[in-house]
Ligand binder design. Structure first.
Ligand code: ADP
Ligand code: 5GP
Length: 185
């Protein structure tokens, strides 16, 4: 099985996935995406993302190396490398895809019954904005882009197998692990 997780940026997807990886330390493998975005403070190449130049990214598109890719923000590309599935399966783990909503829907379409998809929903767009501000990683410009995109992303929730509202973190993690135990493990 494969696990797809999508959410508007700031919903708490990374926070929840971190807890899930701690709860099931040897079950899942994080599919490391390629991106043309610059690394944030503390992000490691090959662990958080494969950070590529636009030119390198285009070469990988031409070589059909991607399971899917999207221009998520203006001029910023993100893509799932097919080689990640083999790498993770080779470790005897279930791949986890942390992708934007369109990527999530595309991977589900390709993998069908071999994938289970979860959408992490913020309690409201207001709360989402507060969380992004508190995280302290965004400039005013990137914050606005992420908020603008959130409305579109929320409209995709209905295409996912499960929607989990991340209001209280512990409750959301519990609901997530229940779904994972039922449909993946
Ligand atoms: P994403 O990966 O979806 O962009 P993050 O996991 O980075 O989101 O979470 C965004 C911010 O919100 C982080 O600062 C995180 O600590 C905080 N956060 C996550 N879940 C909750 C929650 N349930 N309640 C309050 N704050 C949260
Ligand atoms: P961030 O810049 O905050 O790390 O990610 C921005 C958005 O890009 C998030 O919604 C994240 O899920 C999405 N993303 C990350 N990797 C991929 C990928 O491989 N494919 C797609 N379609 N989206 C991705």
């Amino acid at each position: 099985m494969n696990l797809i997780v999508s959410a508007p940026s700031g919903s708490g997807k990374t926070t929840i996935l971190k807890k899930i990886f701690e709860l099931y330390p040897d079950k899942f493998g994080f599919s490391v995406s390629a991106t043309t975005r610059t690394p944030r403070q503390g992000e490691v190449n090959g662990k958080d993302y494969y950070f590529l130049s636009a030119e390198e990214f285009n070469k990988r598109i031409e070589a059909s190396d991607f399971l899917e890719y999207e221009q998520v923000y203006d001029n910023l590309f993100y893509g799932t490398l097919k080689s990640e599935i083999d790498r993770i399966n080779g470790e005897g783990r279930y791949p986890v895809f942390d992708v934007d909503v369109k990527g999530g829907v595309n991977i589900k379409k390709t993998l069908g019954d071999k994938a289970y998809s979860i959408f992490i929903m913020p309690p409201s767009v207001e709360v989402l904005k507060h969380r992004l501000v508190n995280r302290g990683t965004e400039t005013e410009e990137t914050l606005n882009k992420r908020i603008q995109r959130a409305e579109m992303e929320i409209s995709y929730a209905k295409f996912f197998d499960k929607i989990i509202v991340n209001d209280d973190l512990a409750t959301a993690v519990k609901e997530f692990s229940k779904a994972v135990e039922k449909y993946i493990l």
